[in-house]
Write a protein that binds this ligand. Structure first.
Ligand SMILES: [Zn+2]
Length: 532
């Protein structure tokens, strides 16, 4: 082989374009390395500055800038005399937000710095301590926080004690105030509606954040509820549930309990429905939500328009079955004074599960069938016999409705039985169902004394006993309105739930209704003392 043979092109000087490209790449690498060093130095500087912070304050320059901003905005207000107070409110709020954000960040940092780097569970000094930054969303906007962390030599777990002290979730950016807002908004309205509402309140919360955070808060509420219900399992716990009253013992009172259920639509088997149906499984998307309410009769009164109002009442609601409802309801009843009540009255519709449950949990309670449900059963017979909405139906049912109000249920049943032989077999069967309904509920149908007492009150001739009696509800309207209120949130068109999702949100809603919001969010009582 001759040495003069030309070397291949690849071993010669590369093409000018390639050289240019290589030079550019080398420069880029150099810049990146410089950036990393610089960024690292900046981060280290930031971390050092954060670690040195012991109190939250604004610098003189920041205060000066704030004052200038305020003055500029007030000037603008003056230059727009046609604008109303809303314009002034918005401008002042905007002027204040950034200084407050800085102060919140610094106060959080100072608190993080003051938090000892100890295990929140066993209080051991953490080892392998390091410093790490995290970003947060707060009432005033995004915050940045540096905090120490380390490993507990006993629990063998890594901890961020400052996050714990500040009330921050492990992997969620929401501050406690935003956690509360997510819980409040999403338990009242669907997240897609809550996003613009939150924005109007000056809070930047994405749909995803709202959804996830509200669920997390619901799980937290469920944990809190489970811990509270554990009081039912010990004697000391049970004793602590009796209401703490000061002064002389109160007058004898009746405790009223109302129970009902409604159904919610769930998507049980995500993506599996068709397969499972093909395998012959019956899948139901409708599931029962069990609801109860408890109140003292002396906390029920009438408005000027004769509408009943209850000043204090407790709620229980769950998708986890009748037993779960009973446990909650028993807890609420004890807190309302079940142990001190002279008398317990349960009102519900004719559903058998309710009466079985009442028999188990409240064996001494008086039972009352909702009068209006009983009416509906009589109307159902009238419509079958004489046609829907006919004058004949009304004429036939009127004396029977009167009998119901005079506690003449045996006579009413007899009248229905006498009717039976004159009917077709199909109608006879339908009528028999209604006869059974009245026979089964006979002992729960006592309305006359209340109606008489109410008449006496109207006439002004009522005895003290009659005045008490007149206040007893004839029906379960209180729980039915409660069901409707829950349904307004949980039973909207096109809504599908998961059991975990609906139970968590329903638990939040029930905390709110029961006046225990402050147990989940102690900070809320600072600006809303009524929540306590
Ligand atoms: Zn530990």
């Amino acid at each position: 082989m001759s040495p003069s043979v030309a070397t291949p092109r690849s071993s010669r000087r590369p093409h000018v374009n390639v050289r240019r490209q290589r030079r550019a790449q080398a420069k880029e690498r150099q810049q990146l390395a410089e950036h990393i060093v610089e960024h690292g130095t900046t981060l280290a500087t930031q971390a050092a500055a954060a670690a040195a912070l012991t109190q939250a304050r604004l610098t003189d320059d920041e205060l000066q800038a704030w004052r200038q901003d305020l003055e500029a905005r007030l000037d603008r207000v003056q230059r727009n005399p046609e604008q109303n107070l809303g314009f002034i409110e918005e401008h002042l709020a905007l002027a204040t937000k950034e200084p407050l954000r800085r102060l919140a960040q610094r106060a959080a940092q100072a608190k993080a710095n003051a938090t000892p780097c100890r295990c929140p569970k066993c209080q051991s000094q953490l080892v392998d301590q390091k410093f790490l930054r995290r970003h947060l969303d707060s009432r005033f906007g995004p915050l940045e926080l540096w905090r120490g962390y380390g490993r507990c030599p006993h629990c063998e777990t890594w901890h961020f004690p400052a996050d714990y002290a500040l009330g921050l979730g492990k992997h969620a950016p929401a501050s406690p105030y935003l956690q509360e807002m997510a819980a409040l908004l999403v338990s009242k309205m669907p997240p897609e509606q809550a996003v613009p509402v939150a924005e109007r309140m000056g809070l930047t919360l994405s749909r995803c954040t709202l959804d996830r955070e509200a669920h997390r808060q619901g799980l937290k509420a469920q944990e809190s509820r489970t811990a509270a219900l554990a009081q039912l399992d010990t004697v000391a716990g049970l004793q602590s549930l009796a209401p703490q009253t000061e002064g002389p013992p109160s007058q004898p009172f009746t405790l009223v309990i109302q129970i009902d259920a409604w159904n919610i639509r769930e998507r049980d088997h995500w993506g599996q429905t068709q397969k499972l149906r093909a395998q012959g499984e019956t899948l139901s998307r409708w599931h029962w939500v069990y609801v109860g309410t408890v109140f003292r009769l002396d906390h029920r009164a009438q408005t000027a328009g004769n509408r009943p109002v209850i000043s204090q009442r407790a709620y229980a609601a769950t998708r986890l079955g009748v037993e779960a409802l009973l446990r909650q309801l028993y807890y609420e009843a004890l807190r309302c004074g079940l142990g001190q009540a002279q008398d317990v009255l349960v009102i519900a519709d004719g559903a058998l599960w309710i009466w079985h449950a009442v028999h188990d949990r409240f064996p001494k309670a008086r039972q009352r069938l909702d009068l209006y449900h009983a009416d509906e059963h009589l109307w159902a017979v009238a419509h079958e016999l004489f046609g829907q909405g006919t004058p004949e139906a009304r004429a036939w049912v009127t004396p029977l409705l009167k009998r119901l109000r005079q506690d003449e249920v045996p006579a009413l049943i007899q009248q229905l039985q006498e009717l039976q032989p004159t009917l077709t077999q199909a109608l006879q069967q339908k009528l028999q169902t209604q006869i059974d309904y009245f026979a089964d509920n006979q002992k729960r149908m006592h309305y006359r004394a209340i109606i008489r007492a109410r008449k006496a009150v109207d006439k002004g001739t009522a005895t003290p006993a009659q005045r008490l009696k007149a206040n007893e509800p004839l029906g379960s309207g209180a729980i039915e309105s409660t069901c409707r209120q829950y349904q307004c949130r949980f039973k909207r068109t096109g809504q599908f739930w998961s059991t975990a999702g609906d139970e968590a949100l329903m638990c939040l809603e029930t905390f709110w209704r029961n006046g225990r919001w402050h147990q989940l969010y102690p900070h809320a009582t600072l600006t809303s003392p009524s929540l306590n």
